[in-house]
Each structure stands twice: as structure tokens, then as C-alpha cells.
Design a protein around this ligand. Structure first.
Ligand SMILES: Cc1cc2nc3c(=O)[nH]c(=O)nc-3n(C[C@H](O)[C@H](O)[C@H](O)COP(=O)(O)OP(=O)(O)OC[C@H]3O[C@@H](n4cnc5c(N)ncnc54)[C@H](O)[C@@H]3O)c2cc1C
Ligand code: SF4
Length: 516
């Protein structure tokens, strides 16, 4: 293995795809694939333990799959005594050992790594080819071209272009069913009697169990636990998860996609983002599977369209926004938010039942669904004016599907409005009434969602009006903020003062570390 290496092909932890560009013209006789478990990647933020297990176990299984195809793999485990614990260091070590003619790698998904790799060719003194990541449905340059000259980058128009381009849910004369978007039929309040089928379980095999032990040993102080790990870790398992979703849960996905239930954090959601982002599933295959289920009459169009929009639309769009606006995007703080992240984002110790459940689910499963992320954890961070850097880091740590290219625009843009309106035309700010309408949390809360002022008043209510009042001037020119601003104007001055005092008192007590 030490002689005659032509190309060293580096495969990163979130590049576990058979159709990876860096493996395209692989010659098993002359090339070596390099994979490395390094401490730097596990600790640049202190990722949730289940997320590290998912990536490392996925890598080990992927390496086995390559070996079974006759590919030579140089694999560094975390506990290898020679491990330099950085990707650059492991590539350098492999170059010294194998003397390849060139290094090939697929472009990494994060700015941090891409900047580092840009200097590798000079450092290593041999060609380092960084190939476009072709596993997305919209390339980075393609998105740039789409964005050029547009004053507003609205997802809906991008999504329609992607539907046309890839021929997804299209009929001869336009979109299937005559409409691009079936949101009006989606997002209902779920009645009590509906029991969603649980997602399939994938009990850890011997490889995953070994990784779980390693992660507990090396990263014992990280958020969450390895206990109960049940994510798919191979392409075959991921395909089973997709099939199960398409046949058992997709039909009802659209109707209840925004509802939150304390006893069930998954409901009809797909649980596929960790697998898509790792490369175990291909986004076009996922979209085609949903479309096929509709064409065969197994699921209604509103469900298939609502789901496909998330992947063909939102997922590609946020990636485009990330690469369009980095590196400056990472420092955006349009609303000047500076408050420290409260401890209950880690401990779940709060009397606010919605937040206690969202953080509890997140800590237990490294997963929470979109509305928990956006309208509970994100909405609170927005209203309370939490520092975007700290909130950003929290989201990157806690979710198994979190990679900066997808996490950052969702957090800074969609949830915090810290990008000043690149992602959305108005902030997703809501009072307790929204959470009450779209969940069963409020019935079991120490606070009363109907009250805005007083010792039992739901904190989201006063914080909401305080947020609108704090930023009234900034939002005055935004037509989509007209309604809350007019309601604020109609509020009696004494009432507004009492509401703002309620918010200030709550935030003071939270900042002092009291149980709120
Ligand atoms: C504040 C915030 C942070 C988020 N951070 C992440 C993150 O780090 N990683 C991540 O993959 N998603 C993130 N999302 C998007 C979304 O919440 C998750 O993709 C989704 O909850 C994953 O669960 P699921 O597979 O059950 O999704 P479903 O609800 O079943 O949706 C299907 C698929 O659509 C895609 N999708 C849906 N919405 C989005 C979106 N806004 N952006 C990108 N893809 C989307 C995902 O791939 C998902 O698997 C975030 C959203 C918010 C509001
Ligand atoms: S009452 Fe307020 S704090 Fe309690 S669960 Fe409802 S929205 Fe959350």
C-alpha cells in the first residue's frame, strides 16, 4: 500500500456517498482513499454525542463498503496513537507515507474547512484538486447566477425554478395539480386521537457500539448522551428509513407539519435530515420517492408537494444563501442582540413547558422538528434578544443534522432575523398564542398563555410586545409588519408600560439565573 499510489482521495465525514465527485474516476489499483477521525472536527464546537457517533460510525461503515469493493482505504481511528487530530495533519501524514501524484477532495460544506484547504496545494507541494460537490440539486455558481440582479431572493421563486429544472411534480402545462404550493391545506392543529406510526429503529451494531464507547470516553462532557442511539448509519439503512417514511408517514406529513406534541417529538416528520446531510441519502432520490408515492395514489398532493418543497426548495436555498454571503454572514447581527444564552438552553430547567420540552427532546435525541426549532427555541431567542453568535453555536452543537451551511442561514436568517431580511421578509416573532394554537404544551405549563401581565403570565406574550416596541422604528417601513405595529399603536400607554416592565423583570430574573 505504500508504493504506486497515483491519487490520494480524501473523503470527509459528511461525504459518505457512492456518487461523491472525489470517487468518480477512482482506480482501485492505483488510488487510495483517506478517511480520518480527528479531534479537531469533533470539538471545534462541542457537538452532541449522538451526532459524533452518527458521523464516526457512518464513516467506519462507509470505509468497510469501499473495502468490500476492492478499494484501498487508509483509515485513521480517533484512538490511533499516530493521529495528528486535524484533517490537514492526517493528509500530510498520508502524503508522506504514500507519495501520491495528487490529492483529490470534494469541496467541504463549511467555509472554515474550505479556507484551510485553499492553502494545501502550496503547503504540500503537489496538486490538490478541490472538486465541486455535485450531491446538491443547485450548484453554488448556479445559485449565484440565479441570485444575480434580483433585489429579493425569495425561496418560493427559487423553488419553482428548481421544480422546472429537475422536472419534479411537473405536468405538461405547469405544476402538478395546477398550483406550485399547497400550504393552505397544510399546517393544521392535530386532534388528540391521531397516533403517528413510530419511525423504524436501527439498533447499534458492533461497530456503532464501539464508537459509542469511544465517544463517551473522549467527549464525556459534551451535550447529550450516546444512550438510545438509533440513527441509520449505512446507505442501506437510510434507504429503509426513507421507504418507511414514504409508506407510513408521508401521507399525513403536510396536514400536521407545524404541530408540536409533548409526548411525540417526531410526529409525521421524516427524520431524514441527518442522513441527507451525511450523504447517505441523495436529495433527488428522496424527492422522486415522494413524487412516486403521489403518482401511485398512496399520498395526497399536498403532502408530497409540502415535503418536496422542504428539500428541493428550502434545503438548496439555504445552502445557496450560505455560500453567497459567507464569510460576512457569520457576523451579521442586524437587531443588535447581545444577551447571554440562558442556562436552560442546556439544562431544560425552565418553567416554560414549551422550552423545557424542546430542549429536553433536543438533548435526548439530537433532534427537534422544524417548528420546535423555529417557533419555540428560535422565537424565544429572537424575542429575548439573545446574542446570535451564542445561539448559532448552540444550534450547531445540539442537532445531529447540524452543519454550518444549513444551520447558519436557518438560525441567523430565518429564526433571528440577524441577516436583516436576506432570508425572510419579516421576523418569525410570535406570542404564546401561536404556540398554544400549534401544540399541546400550554395546557401543562406553569404559566397561563392567556395572560400578558402578572406572576403567571406567559413570558412569550410580554416579550413579544416588548420586541415589537423595541424595533418599531426599524420595522416601520416593512409592510409585512404593519399589523403588529398598528396593534402596538392602539395599545394604551399604561398598558404598554406594564407589558414592557413585565418583560424587563422576566429578563432580569433570567439573567440572574433564577428559575423562570
Ligand atoms: C433555527 C433552525 C435551525 C435549523 N438547523 C438545521 C440544521 O442544522 N440542519 C438541518 O438539516 N436542518 C436545520 N433546520 C431545518 C429543519 O428544521 C430540519 O431540516 C428538520 O427539522 C429536520 O427534520 P426532518 O428530517 O424530520 O424534517 P422534515 O420536517 O420531515 O423535512 C424534510 C426535509 O426537508 C429538509 N428541510 C426542511 N426544512 C429545511 C430548512 N429550513 N433548511 C434546510 N433543510 C430543510 C430537511 O432535509 C428535512 O429532512 C433548522 C431550522 C431552524 C428553524
Ligand atoms: S404558556 Fe407560554 S411558556 Fe407555557 S408552554 Fe405555552 S407558550 Fe410556552
Amino acid at each position: 500500500m505504500t508504493e504506486g499510489t497515483d491519487t490520494l482521495r480524501l473523503v470527509l465525514g459528511d461525504q459518505l456517498s457512492d456518487n461523491l465527485a472525489a470517487l468518480d474516476d477512482l482506480d482501485p489499483a492505483r488510488d487510495v482513499v483517506l478517511m480520518a477521525e480527528v479531534r479537531d472536527e469533533c470539538t471545534y464546537v462541542r457537538h452532541h454525542k449522538k451526532k459524533i457517533v452518527l458521523v464516526l460510525s457512518g464513516m467506519r461503515h462507509f470505509a468497510d463498503r469501499l473495502r468490500a469493493r476492492g478499494v484501498r482505504v487508509r483509515y485513521t481511528t480517533l484512538d490511533d496513537a499516530e493521529n495528528t487530530h486535524s484533517l490537514r495533519g492526517e493528509t500530510e501524514r498520508a502524503i508522506e507515507a504514500l507519495r501520491p501524484r495528487r490529492v483529490v477532495v470534494t469541496a467541504p460544506g463549511e467555509w472554515r474547512l474550505q479556507t484551510d484547504m485553499a492553502g494545501w496545494q502550496q503547503r504540500f507541494g503537489l496538486p490538490v484538486e478541490i472538486l465541486d460537490d455535485t450531491r446538491f440539486l443547485c450548484g453554488i455558481r448556479q445559485f449565484r447566477a440565479w441570485a444575480a440582479g434580483r433585489s429579493a431572493l425569495r425561496m418560493e421563486f427559487f423553488y419553482r425554478d428548481m421544480r422546472r429544472l429537475h422536472g419534479v411534480l411537473m405536468e405538461e402545462d405547469g405544476p402538478a395539480g395546477g398550483r406550485w404550493n399547497f400550504d393552505a391545506e397544510n399546517r393544521k392543529r392535530m386532534p388528540g386521537g391521531i397516533v403517528p406510526p413510530p419511525p423504524p429503529a436501527f439498533p447499534p451494531d458492533a461497530t456503532t457500539q464501539a464508537v459509542m464507547a469511544l465517544v463517551e470516553e473522549w467527549f464525556g462532557e459534551h451535550f447529550g448522551s450516546t444512550e438510545g442511539f438509533g440513527f441509520p448509519v449505512t446507505g442501506e439503512e437510510a434507504a429503509l428509513a426513507l421507504d418507511h417514511f414514504a409508506s407510513e408517514r408521508l401521507a399525513e406529513f403536510g396536514d400536521w407539519q407545524d404541530f408540536m406534541r409533548a409526548a411525540d417529538p417526531v410526529l409525521f416528520h421524516a427524520l431524514l435530515s441527518p442522513l441527507l446531510n451525511l450523504g447517505l441519502l441523495d436529495p433527488l432520490v428522496v424527492c422522486r420517492t415522494a413524487e412516486e408515492a403521489w403518482r401511485r395514489g398512496l399520498v395526497p398532493l399536498n403532502a408530497a408537494e409540502g415535503f418536496i418543497r422542504q428539500i428541493l426548495g428550502w434545503r438548496e436555498y439555504v445552502r445557496g444563501i450560505y455560500w453567497l454571503h459567507m464569510p460576512g454572514y457569520a457576523h451579521r447581527n442586524a437587531l443588535g442582540a447581545t444577551r447571554q444564552l440562558p442556562w436552560f438552553y442546556w439544562s431544560a430547567e425552565t418553567r416554560m413547558h414549551c422550552l423545557a420540552r424542546t430542549v429536553g427532546d433536543t438533548r435526548g435525541n439530537a433532534y427537534a422538528h422544524h417548528i420546535q426549532r423555529l417557533m419555540v427555541a428560535g422565537n424565544f431567542a429572537l424575542l429575548a434578544g439573545l446574542d446570535p453568535d451564542q445561539v448559532d453555536e448552540w444550534y450547531l452543537i445540539v442537532y445531529a443534522d447540524a452543519y454550518q451551511w444549513v444551520e447558519m442561514p436557518n438560525v441567523r436568517g430565518m429564526a433571528l432575523f440577524a441577516d436583516g431580511g436576506v432570508m425572510g421578509s419579516k421576523p418569525y416573532a410570535a406570542s404564546g398564542a401561536y404556540i398554544n394554537r400549534m401544540s399541546d404544551y400550554c395546557g401543562r405549563c406553569a404559566y397561563d398563555v392567556k395572560q400578558t401581565v402578572g406572576p403567571r403570565a406567559c413570558p412569550f406574550n410580554a416579550l413579544y410586545w416588548d420586541f415589537i416596541a423595541r424595533h418599531a422604528e426599524r420595522f416601520a417601513a416593512n409592510p409585512r409588519m404593519g399589523m403588529p405595529l398598528r396593534a402596538l399603536e392602539r395599545m394604551a400607554p399604561e398598558r404598554l408600560q406594564a407589558v414592557r416592565e413585565q418583560a424587563a423583570d422576566f429578563l432580569d430574573r433570567m439573567d440572574r439565573g433564577e428559575l423562570v
